[in-house]
Design a protein. Sequence first.
Length: 652
Amino acid sequence: MASGLLGIGSSALLSYQKALDTVGHNVANVNTPGYSRQLVEFAARPGQGYGNGFLGDGVDVTTISRNYSRFLVDGLRTSSSAYREQDTLATLSGDLNNLLADDQTGLTPMLGSFFDAVQGAANDPTSTAARQVMLSEAETLAGSFQSLGNWMENSRRDLGGRMDATTQEINRLADGIASLNRQIVDARSNVGGQPPNDLLDARDQLVLNLSDLVSVTTTTQDNGALNVFIGSGQTLVLGDKANSTGVKINVNDPGQVDITIGPDGQQPVVVTGLISGGELGGLIAYREQVLDPAINSLGRIAVELGSFMNEQHRAGMNLNDMPGQDLFSFAGPRADPDAGNAGNITVTYDDVAQLTTDEYRLQFDGSNWSLSRTGTGQSVPLSGTGTAADPFVAEGISITVGAGAAAGDGYTIRPVRDGAGAFQVLIGDPRDLALASPVRTSAALANTGTGQISAGVVTDINNAAFQSPQGALSPEVLIRFTTPTTYEVVDQSTLGVIDTGVYDPATGSDVFPTAGLGIDYGYQVRITGNPASGDEFRVGYNSGGTGDNRNALQLASLQTGRLMNGGSASFNDAYGEMIADVGTRTRQAQVGSDVQKSVMEQSQAAWAAKSGVNLDEEAADLLRFQQAYQAAAQIISVADRLFDTLINAVRN
């Protein structure tokens, strides 16, 4: 190595050549994504000692470093991941919210049109046209339930496809990071541990791209390799080895996919509940926080609407003088068994008014059965013993446990998941609509008192009085007042006294169940006013009651009845709550997206200020290093002239 003035000039010339090359490299990559501005670090060479001091020996370039801040890079990854998660959640939730609240596709106008048609049939129960309109609107309502339910189930399956595509992209990025780790380790070892800046930038860019898909944390090994973890600490890249992510069908829910991770060639581990952030986290959050609750909410409305309509319709009489049948059909509760279960269970509805939108886990420990909510794990009390005679009952469902259950058996119970998609109309003939009441009452024309009898309300159409045989009332009864305050109930076919009762004119009296023996024929009639001794009232089957609309009015009243949520909400209320819940979550996600976008933009600005290439700065450095380079050249020129002078002096 040359020393003296020539050596000093040569060292400066070489150093500033590298500085100019670095500036040129910065300018060339001003628009390269993820490129960090590179800086040349200079250090003075150690001086040579003389008796009168140390004489400097020039300059060296110690390293070319990145203008890099790990704090800013980590902040950018975190904010990018959070933004993509919230943006994905907001976009998907917004699509669902628009569908449910739309005047054309939503359920609210369909419910209104159906009950308007029921009221129209009640206004003219003998009209075949009015009855046909009611059936047509019932079909339209059923079609709306099916369309909404199928759309949401299809969306659920589409989410599985998007999750699969996202995991494949994660794998591609993971392989790229592992490959760059190998290159970086080799490059560092080949140049004495100096940083291969461009490779480091490329790796950081891949990790940033990865953070758009899932939350990312990293650690750096001593050899320069970067370990990458996703979600709640699941290892994705360890040195030059990358694990693979993927999806698999949930064994308890064929319509759901789970996220898995593991080394190639080994059994992957399900990590769905541990994944967060990025697009993948947004897809999972949408499915679990918005879509699944909406599917269950819609299913519960379908199940409860169908159940209450069927119950009331069966309590009526059609134009053929026969009791009504079910108007709608819908799917019952789902009980998906775990793989390897030894036993089996049967789940049915107990009291649909008590249904929730929750799903449950039923598990057997060998001695006892326990029920808990999926997701939260909250225990749900069970009454009963689980037998056919005494089934388990909880929150509107009834569970009967079959023989052969073994410790470890488990089931996922979804009471209302399929309610909307399977909702159908069972009646096709307008004459089969049971708009009349099967009970008819009358007062004898010869009555002398002011007593009156109500039209009668059916309380149990399955009572033997209506079923033996169907299309009749057995027995038809006569209520005869023996005094103004006492009466007897007489079987009209045998004229035998069934029971007796005491009557208070001030309060009136319900006849059934009877006062003495408690006989109940599945209907109620009430006497009011002041009957006279000998007055008679008859109760019989409403044969030929084609103009009767009492059951139609009861069906129409279900629109505003508070039958859902344990008797606190109507069907419209429940659907409105469903829309409000989806809308609230959509709004929260949109606000979160806006906030995270602002945070991400601030992080990007902070990173750009620190690591980005500023052409003005590069121009200034270019001029500064050019002048230094020219000055170094002058040093060499001076050294050359001095040397020539010395040589010439010696020659002379």
